[in-house]
Write a protein that binds this ligand. Structure first.
Ligand code: NAP
Length: 296
């Protein structure tokens, strides 16, 4: 749309799509159980009292319940040692009634996060953070896909946004969002085949890079960092950021200004967040299926 009055971007409603996906998963869980399997079961481990982590874990548990997935909560005190946490993970790895294990991050500073994530059995690693699962994803043969990038891919595909051949610019290179998002978008597979650029805090000319994006995915943790002048008219803008500010929850994108330029945009809240939870449920069902298949 090059002439006339600018049209505000179409809002990509992640909350509504998450409900649709969760309903699909609930139907699949019901069928899985009807066929004689035990309900898929997720063990969630929360160490300490971080308020945001408590909210995230509670949301995940509630979503599990709605989908017929059993969730078991393991709350450990903030002073838990590395050995105590590793022992619990070992027990959950050996427990055949547990299909997925989720350790809520961040962990208290006395605990080595990488060592903990490596201790989770790759077959129960529903966050897909274990090096074996990261490697499989990299090679285009994923066992599980990491939840936030997978949710974003589902949102793009199900919203009919073309990815193949397009330029996807990702701002942020974390192991949880930016890096796996880049790997997934560049794969030679459905819902991918993009040309990908990854930007970070050392990128020169970041605004110019962002302007070249057909799809701009922002995951940096800086409120309203992406402004309207950084977005090509008609581009799709996916805002992963969740920043607590004096005005409430804010994304990494200046939503009100950018929506006047973009073709599609996700809100915060109600965009990427709910989809992350949906894909965790998806992975838990997938883990249960794989484990039943292996035993059967
Ligand atoms: P992270 O681990 O802190 O990584 C932030 C990334 O952003 C880093 O790669 C960093 O670059 C880059 N960055 C920081 N400031 C920058 C700047 N001024 N210009 C360019 N790049 C910059 O963050 P994360 O875990 O990916 O999370 C990012 C945001 O997404 C947070 O707000 C988080 O709460 C949110 N999040 C939301 C969900 C969801 O489900 N909605 C899930 C996960 C995360 P360097 O590598 O150079 O330091």
């Amino acid at each position: 749309m090059k002439t006339g009055t600018p049209v505000a971007a179409k809002i990509l409603d992640g909350k509504a799509l998450a409900q649709t996906i969760q309903a699909e998963i609930a139907a699949e869980v019901a069928e899985f159980v009807r066929n004689g399997a035990a309900p898929p079961t997720l063990a969630a481990v929360l160490v300490g009292e971080d308020p945001a982590s408590q909210v995230y874990v509670r949301n995940k548990q509630r979503a599990c319940e709605r989908a017929g997935i059993e969730s078991r909560m393991h709350r450990l005190p903030a002073e838990t040692t590395q050995d105590e946490l590793l022992q619990l993970i070992g027990e959950l790895n050996d427990d055949d009634s547990v299909h997925g294990i989720l350790v809520q991050l961040p962990l208290p500073e006395q605990i080595d996060e990488q060592q903990v994530l490596r201790a989770i059995s790759p077959r129960k690693d529903v966050d897909a953070f274990h090096p074996e699962n990261v490697g499989l994803m990299m090679q285009g043969q994923p066992r599980f896909l990491p939840c936030t990038p997978h949710g974003i891919q589902q949102l793009l595909v199900r919203s009919g946004i073309e990815i193949a051949g397009k330029h996807v610019v990702i701002i942020g290179r974390s192991d949880i969002v930016g890096k796996p998002m880049a790997v997934m978008m560049m794969q030679k597979s459905k819902g991918a085949n993009a040309t990908v650029t990854v930007c970070h805090s050392r990128t020169e000319n970041l605004p110019e890079m962002a302007q070249t994006a057909d799809i701009l995915i922002v995951a940096i943790g800086r409120a309203k960092f992406v402004t309207a002048d950084m977005v090509r008219p008609g581009a799709t803008v996916i805002d992963v950021g969740m920043n607590r500010t004096d005005e409430g929850l804010s994304g990494d994108v200046d939503f009100e200004a950018v929506r006047e330029v973009a073709g599609h945009i996700t809100p915060v809240p109600g965009g990427v967040g709910p989809l992350t939870v949906s894909m965790l449920l998806y992975n838990t069902l997938e883990a249960a299926r794989q484990q039943v298949g292996k035993r059967g």
